[in-house]
Design a protein around this ligand. Structure first.
Ligand SMILES: [Zn+2]
Length: 165
């Protein structure tokens, strides 16, 4: 009787092993199918992300936001006077966060500026650039704290974009 039980146990163990191998096999297959990662870009930000790709492409850059795992969110940024942020770590996606309160009162060019500035950090991996010429900021990547004048308008836009890319 004892021997019979042992034999059954062995069969049971073999059975479990086969099942778990099968399950692991299935899981692997699923992982391979899940290579395409879900990246979120807020619908309101999307047109400005598209423009960033367009303007970069016009200047000879290959802009692939998906390859750098860029996401975009409209949310409330707690810190005062912060219109946008870029956060990234090697273990996660790169996140462009735009303050919804700033966004809701911004003009089209102001929206473009904040998105392009944050993508300058998150995608182009640029840091702040506070150089100035005749007291005007020379870069869209200015920190906003150096006191240089920044006028982003129809006349200055293309010069700033040339510098950005
Ligand atoms: Zn910045």
């Amino acid at each position: 009787m004892k021997n019979f039980t042992n034999k059954n146990s062995i069969i049971f163990i073999i059975y479990c092993f086969s099942i778990s191998t099968l399950l692991i096999g299935c899981a692997k297959e699923n992982n391979e199918n899940l290579i395409v990662e879900e990246l979120t870009i807020d619908a309101e930000l999307q047109p400005y992300f598209d423009k960033f790709v367009e303007e970069g492409t016009l200047r000879g850059q290959t802009i692939d936001l998906t390859a750098k795992r860029i996401e975009g969110f409209l949310l409330e940024i707690e810190e005062e006077d912060v219109a946008g942020q870029c956060s990234y770590s090697s273990s996660s996606t790169r996140k462009v966060n735009i303050d919804i309160n700033y966004w809701n009162r911004a003009t089209d060019l102001e929206k473009e500026f904040v998105v392009f500035h944050e993508l300058g950090h998150c995608y182009l991996e640029r840091s702040h650039e506070d150089a100035q010429e005749n007291r005007s900021c020379t870069s869209i990547m200015h920190s906003g704290t150096s006191g240089c004048r920044f006028r982003y308008n129809a006349t200055t836009r293309s010069t700033y974009l040339d510098e950005l890319f």
